[in-house]
Design a binder for this molecule. Sequence first.
Ligand SMILES: [Zn+2]
Length: 89
Amino acid sequence: MMPSMLRIRHQTISHTESDDMKTMTCRELGGACDQKLSAETWDEMVKTMTKHVMDKHPDTAKAMEKMHNEDPKKWGREMKPKWDAKAED
Ligand SMILES: [Zn+2]
């Protein structure tokens, strides 16, 4: 008999339609203001946030760069669940 506990949960890969935008604020992503940032994918959100932080919050950008150098996955580990929890607009 196969124990049902061994069943592996498959992660569904998100389909990418052009209007599947999600919006998060700078603050939700560890930034310093309430600017709304929209993106279709997490990778795009990371780029959007990085650009915003470099433009608007040089100090935060430095802190994030330092964090990235120490642990490249840390920021994503903390912020990605928030992204995943967001409903599409
Ligand atoms: Zn900001």
